[in-house]
Design a protein around this ligand. Structure first.
Ligand SMILES: [Cu+2]
Length: 237
């Protein structure tokens, strides 16, 4: 089996050294454990059934605790643009720890969201060959819809990124959204991914990266295990 978490040029090993420093260690709480379990289930899962059960779980618990309790479908013709940058560990000052910044956004429920993700990370974090997370997933019809089931990679529409070329993913289990992100040419020559979707339900939902881009033997430590780095929230009001 191919090793996961191997980063071709991103200096993940440096991140591991930092992760060993006690001051930087992430203290685990019950919430962390639950998140970690969800992440593990997402990473290991291989089908829609799992994601559907995660969606049910996420919506019933309200993800971050704010009202996603069936506010119904919201109609809107508003279009909003949101941009998130994936910084390399060198850029964010913590080598080996790539980071989505900001770690989330707020948008009006029902609005069409044009989400642009600019990835400066030139390393891959390959997904297992059978993993479904290299594919673009649209939102479940209960919550909203995506445009065409595609994303634009540097302007070209694709339905998937080859699993061995995935650098990160922007995955919202509670909305059945998955945006695979390929690696940049170099940190100075980022790749731009644009994904258009609409969420017709109010609430706060967790997003996470399911590619093993963190530190440690599994690639699931460090940035992958620290909220605000490879995990955050999106809110629809
Ligand atoms: Cu990642």
């Amino acid at each position: 089996m191919q090793p996961v978490g191997h980063h071709v040029t991103g200096g993940r090993r440096a991140g591991e050294d930092l992760a060993r420093l006690p001051a930087l260690r992430h203290r685990r709480t019950d919430g962390d454990r639950r998140r970690s379990l969800v992440r593990r289930a997402v990473v290991l899962g291989a089908g829609v059934a799992l994601a559907a059960s995660l969606a049910a779980c996420s919506s019933s618990t309200g993800a971050a605790g704010s009202g996603s309790s069936g506010s119904g479908v919201v109609a809107s013709t508003v279009v909003v643009h949101r941009t998130i940058v994936i910084e390399t560990g060198k850029m964010d000052g913590r080598p080996g720890w790539p980071r989505y910044t900001p770690a989330g956004f707020t948008a009006p429920a029902g609005a069409t969201v044009v989400l642009t993700i600019v990835n400066h990370d030139d390393g891959t974090a390959p997904l297992p060959p059978s993993s479904p997370w290299g594919q673009v997933w649209g939102a479940d019809a209960t919550y909203g819809e995506t445009t065409g089931g595609t994303e634009l990679v540097n302007g070209s529409p694709v339905r998937a990124v080859p699993n061995d070329q995935v650098s990160h993913t922007f995955t919202i289990p509670g909305l059945l959204v998955n945006v695979p992100i390929p690696a940049a040419q170099s940190s100075a020559d980022p790749v731009t991914v644009t994904f258009t979707f609409r969420v017709t339900k109010k609430g706060t939902f967790t997003w996470l990266c399911v590619a093993p881009c963190g530190s440690g033997a599994t690639g699931m430590g460090g940035a992958m295990d620290t909220p605000g780095w490879m995990e955050g929230h999106v809110t629809f009001t």
